[in-house]
Ligand binder design. Structure first.
Ligand code: 0X9
Ligand code: ZN
Length: 398
């Protein structure tokens, strides 16, 4: 019975709209077909006047003979436009008689009414709905994966992180708190050309795939291409080497794009995180020199706690510390560069394993490796949120 009622109402609503009873006075969308070049010219003219809005094609320049044009005509010019089309013998019919009614309904966003049957994914959402964090001065975290092509566990982590965030927001208190307090920018593969190459030609490829005049050697190490003691000891000016730093800092489209984005968002981005493999390490600045970061003790405490949590939950050992002292001098890295532009919580994670499979970590280890990285991300992000709140005082609840 209920179903019948619902159907009845819908059918009649549709009829009502088709008949145009509630829309005679509203704006309409017309479907118009010009048959001659002269009609095309007239239509081009109409589509730029009378406060009409051209839906299809996107621009009057693209209007052509025998091709449908969809034009929104506001109520106040409806008569003028339709008379003009009639006078010029231009074929037209009303496509949407009730455009204004629909616009009004959609913008009122009736679908947000909790009584409306549709689920989250079957409704349109306002910008406020779509952003979990509408606070002024909202903070953010950046995570990139896949700088180095052969480190396949890295893009796998970014995907898992997005899936986890979407699945467990409002279920898991940690991810809920993180997403309530910060936006997260995730770049799943920073080096797509290199990554593709590892799938198609050479599983061991590390760099990007850019080519250079005067050498047959391909690729720049993107993690030597940032402007942090660029191309000093630990990087190479030789295009044939795995740690080739490129012709100049940010010479590569991949590093330039990331650097530009981070530069323009540096006031909101608090945490920079770059995911690599392998060797199970949580690295803090600096890797480009033996210097200690200004907030070394904060950073050190964070990676220490993250490593302890990984150990406690998953029994895996992660070492931690400043890159140059923990692994090697490696200038031109994204983490040091991000740190130097003011993103004071900057990290590189080296995920599983410690040298058994190395880059060839089997798929059966993906979940475990990602869980370890996830707990480290949570530890650090929650700590940063806590510190920010104590520094600025607790925020008002919105
Ligand atoms: O050498 C690197 O770029 C990273 N190790 S990897 O085995 N994934 O290649 C370490 C990066 C540490 N951070 C910086 N070098 N800035
Ligand atoms: Zn790497």
């Amino acid at each position: 019975m209920t179903t019948l009622w619902v159907l009845f109402i819908f059918l009649n609503f549709d009829l009502l709209l088709k008949a145009g009873h509630c829309t005679e006075s509203g704006g309409q969308v017309l479907s118009i077909t010009p048959n001659t070049q002269e009609q095309v010219e007239i239509l081009k003219n109409v589509s730029t006047q009378y406060q009409t809005v051209l839906w299809k094609p996107v621009s009057p320049h693209n209007i052509k003979e025998l091709t449908q044009v969809h034009l929104y005509v506001p109520a106040k010019s409806s008569e003028t436009v339709r008379n003009l089309l009639q006078r010029q013998n231009i074929d037209h019919e009303v496509m949407l008689p009730n455009a204004d009614v629909i616009i009004e309904m959609q913008m009122r966003n009736d679908s947000t009414d909790p009584r409306s049957g549709s689920t989250f994914y079957h409704r349109y959402h306002t910008l406020e709905d779509l952003s979990l964090n509408n606070r002024p001065n909202k903070k953010a975290m950046w995570i990139d994966c896949g700088i180095h092509a052969r480190e396949w566990i890295s893009p796998a982590f970014c995907l898992m992180f997005v899936h986890y965030s979407l699945s467990f927001y409002n279920q898991n208190p940690d991810i809920t708190q993180i997403l309530d307090n910060m936006d997260v920018y995730v770049m799943p593969v920073m080096n797509p050309d290199g990554y593709k190459y590892t799938w198609t030609k050479n599983r061991m490829w590390r760099k990007n795939r850019s080519s250079k005049k005067n050498t047959s050697c391909i690729g720049v190490d993107l993690n030597r291409n940032f402007d942090a003691n660029w191309c000093t000891i630990g990087a190479s000016p030789d295009p044939c080497e795995e740690i080739y730093c490129g012709a100049f800092p940010e010479s590569e489209p991949e590093s330039l794009a990331v650097a530009n984005f981070l530069r323009s968002h540096k006031d909101s981005i608090q945490i920079y995180l770059s995911i690599h493999s392998y060797s199970q390490m949580l690295i803090i600045p600096y890797s480009c020199s033996m210097d200690e970061a200004d907030n070394h003790s904060d950073l050190y405490e964070m990676v220490k706690q993250a490593a302890e949590n990984i150990r406690r939950y998953y029994r895996s050992v992660y070492t931690y510390g400043p890159g140059a002292k923990t692994i090697y001098l490696a200038p031109g890295g994204s983490d040091d560069w991000a740190y130097n532009i003011g993103i004071k919580y900057s990290f590189t994670f080296e995920l599983q394993d410690r040298g058994h499979y190395g880059f060839l970590l089997p798929p059966s280890h993906i979940q475990g490796a990602c869980n370890e990285a996830l707990i480290a991300v949570k530890t650090i992000a929650l700590k940063v949120i806590e510190k920010t709140q104590t520094e600025t005082g607790p925020r008002e609840t919105v």
